[in-house]
Design a protein around this ligand. Structure first.
Ligand SMILES: [Zn+2]
Length: 492
């Protein structure tokens, strides 16, 4: 039976894993060794080994992974084996999507060795999948917090830690955390401020620069943008509003929305980290303030984009079972049965009119109650112990192997195959290896931490439509405004 499978072994190692695990247990060669041995022991035909070395698990855009998906689509493989779930990914929603949806839909059998997950066998471990991925997600969140904290310390010390340097500056070749002036670009920045000080409107500034065919920041930096190489309002305003030109380092202006989305959101001004006089100024503070006073007079209103509603796609009519639609009336959103709306004259269904926000509040509080019933701490402990047992199993095997090597070494010495010096060298080396492995086993102790509150809250607080779709199968709303919620997860 096993010969019907053509399998792909998937290996991932992120830079964080590499730094964190100085023990090497996650290393590419160790993962490979484990996967190859496992497929050999089980008689699986290995088609290819896909490796992503140096790629984070929070993002699925990895070359090895993409190649594997291609091979699945081309029917080259129909089985995927990983060491543990977090190798596949650390993003709850995306990982779940592959394991629960995409793999089954494409007839791919999925095995995660250390988690005892095999989608072919209907074992109870498969029910853990959603929660294991949640825990992995949680781990990423903790990691990203640590990275953020480290960046913050640097920012507070006046170190430049941004990616792309602001137009007019470049990083000091002697110190990458220090900005120095880029003369050619700085001249243009100065010119823009001068024009603004002479009360030129932004449009007038744009015209002058475009007529003189002055290169835009994007062209200077070779960034491809759909702006046809012309100056526009955003570019000018970004420059005029940037206090960095006065020699003060302004950082933490934007943050990633969360650890898995690359989009940035603007922070409140109170949260900006401003350190004075960290680099050479291009504009006097006085002039900067004057320009910004003028800008404010011209009135610049912020555009406020509204979030997509989080219950999109799970709302159904309790009577006709068809979809409920979300309608906007002035600033209020309300629900209505689609059948009623389409065929109101035929009276096939009633309106089911409901204030959307009330429904959302109600659903979230019920979801929280359901999640509260799950003993996440216990679950976390189980997963940790399960991982521990499997990891220590692996380590014990290695210790045994090393002991065998020692036996062989003695034999070789007795048979005069190796000399005294060689024997001593190998003897010490193997014994050191055994000591390291033993130490590693003792490191696998379970540290109880109270993560329940945080996990439940973060689940609730993710304003993410995909996430709700994952936890909730369907919500039926009846004409009398009562709700039936069908959850996607099982109680443990
Ligand atoms: Zn209806």
């Amino acid at each position: 039976m096993n010969n019907n499978y053509k399998c792909g072994l998937y290996i991932r190692l992120s830079k964080e894993d590499e730094i964190k695990n100085n023990t090497d247990s996650e290393s590419v060669s160790n993962q490979k060794e484990l996967l190859v041995k496992y497929s050999k022991d089980n008689n699986y035909n290995v088609y290819d080994i896909y490796i992503d070395d140096g790629y984070t698990g929070t993002n699925f855009n990895r070359p090895g992974f993409n190649k594997m998906i291609e091979d699945i689509k081309n029917n080259k493989i129909n089985m995927v084996i990983v060491k543990d779930l977090s190798r596949l990914g650390r993003d709850y929603i995306e990982t779940g999507k592959y394991i629960e949806k995409w793999f089954p839909e494409n007839n791919v059998r999925f095995i995660s060795i250390l988690d005892n997950i095999d989608t072919l066998l209907d074992n109870s471990n498969n029910e853990f999948i959603p929660f294991k991925t949640i825990i992995n997600d949680f781990y990423s969140r903790e990691n990203s917090k640590k990275i953020k904290a480290a960046l913050r310390t640097k920012q507070l010390n006046g170190k430049w830690v941004g990616g792309c340097t602001p137009f007019g500056y470049m990083t000091d070749p002697k110190d990458k955390n220090h900005l120095i002036i880029n003369k050619e670009e700085a001249t243009i920045v100065k010119r823009i401020f001068d024009m603004a000080l002479s009360t030129y409107s932004i449009n007038k500034i744009i015209n002058v620069l475009n007529e003189e065919k002055i290169k835009t920041p994007a062209l200077f930096r070779n960034i491809k943008k759909n702006t046809l190489g012309c100056w526009n309002r955003t570019t000018i305003k970004t420059i005029l509003k940037n206090e960095l030109y006065t020699g003060n380092l302004v950082q933490n202006r934007r943050n990633k929305i969360n650890y898995k989305i690359r989009k940035l959101k603007l922070n409140k001004k109170d949260d900006w980290i401003i350190i004075k006089n960290t680099h050479e100024k291009i504009i006097d503070e006085k002039d900067f303030e004057e320009v910004n006073r003028l800008l404010k007079l011209n009135g610049n209103t912020k555009s406020n984009k509204k979030n997509k509603t989080i219950l999109d796609g799970v709302l159904y009519c309790g009577e006709c079972k068809k979809k409920l639609i979300i309608q906007k009336n002035k600033n209020k959103k309300y629900l209505m049965c689609n059948t009623y709306k389409k065929y109101s004259k035929l009276k096939l269904c009633s309106s089911h009119s409901n204030n959307y926000l009330n429904v959302e509040k109600n659903v979230l509080s019920q979801l929280k109650k359901e999640l509260d019933k799950i003993d996440i701490n216990l679950l976390y402990k189980k997963i940790r112990i399960n991982n521990k047992n499997n990891n220590t199993k692996e380590l014990n095997i290695k210790i045994e192997n090393n002991k065998n090597n020692l036996d062989n070494l003695y034999l070789d010495k007795l048979n005069n195959k190796i000399d005294e010096e060689m024997f001593n060298r190998l003897f010490i080396k193997i014994n050191n290896e055994i000591d390291l492995l033993k130490k590693e086993i003792s490191n696998y102790s379970y540290k109880p931490i109270d993560i329940k509150e945080e996990v439940v809250n973060s689940l609730i607080n993710i304003n993410n439509n995909q996430f709700i779709n994952k936890l909730i199968k369907r919500i039926e709303i009846h004409q009398d405004k009562t709700l039936d919620i069908y959850f996607n997860f099982k109680m443990i």
